[in-house]
Design a protein around this ligand. Sequence first.
Ligand code: GYE
Length: 305
Amino acid sequence: SSAALADLPTLEKKDRYKVGFAQTESNNPWRIAETKSFKDTAKSCNWDLVYTDAAGSAAKQVSDVDSMIAQGVDVIFLPPREERPLLPAVLRAKAQGVPVFLVDRSVDEKVAKAGRDYVTFLGSNFIEQGQIAAQWLIEKTGGKGLILELEGTTGSSPANDRRKGFDDEVAKHPGMKILASQSGDFARDKGRKVTETLLQTYPNANVIYAHNDEMAIGAIQALEAAGKVPGKDVLIVSVDGTRDALQAIIDGKMGVTVESSPFFGPLACKTMKRYANGEKIEPWVRVKDRVFTIDNAAKYIDDAY
Ligand code: GYE
């Protein structure tokens, strides 16, 4: 279509902007911390924030974006819940002259491009997060393990890439085997239920890799209910860096959580100003993440969310 070929909309330089932030859901401390970061930034960066919560529905998120366009926002910050369903909304925003900045999750790079369809992606390297989790495990076990994998939301970029990064590393070690890999939708209770079921089929599992901390905490609950000792009978590796995960590390129940920062507000403000100044924005504004283990969890827990 002609919209796909046209240049990206530019952003006028102004003192105050009307900024849309279309959150995916709020059932997770990570999401709540991200929303707070955007709300705090609205004050410090002079935004009138238009905030929506898609409550876990990509279809609702599409209509949330459409209503932001109708309300005449200057820009939209969007974490696409899944890689594909949000694409039409991204293209409609562009066609209506609203620049879109993807934040925290991306869209399918085979069908959409930064600098053409949306301005940029602000976020972590999810493949690397999965690799780091795997490398910690390999070092800890000498390359042995019978693994259950709890995947994030099906079709989301962090689930796809955290799986790829981890699975490819593990595949290099003949002593490691992924017994099963199933979605827990990035949610604590689903993580608990999926683990409960998987443990019945694979009682010999001795590693759980969860794509986020909420599912890892759910897995710990399922293990304890099954009479197993998390951290001893079953090693847990995960991603995010929530307060509960850091506490689980301190308590010896979790081995590692690779950080995935939710604090995007200040970066969003800065990147938007660069764009308004006419700067060419790189296709991926990368967030640097740390790694939390027993060596530093106590030091960071007071700042955790
Ligand atoms: O890890 C998870 C959340 O998209 C990076 O989504 C984000 C992920 C984060 O639900 O906890």
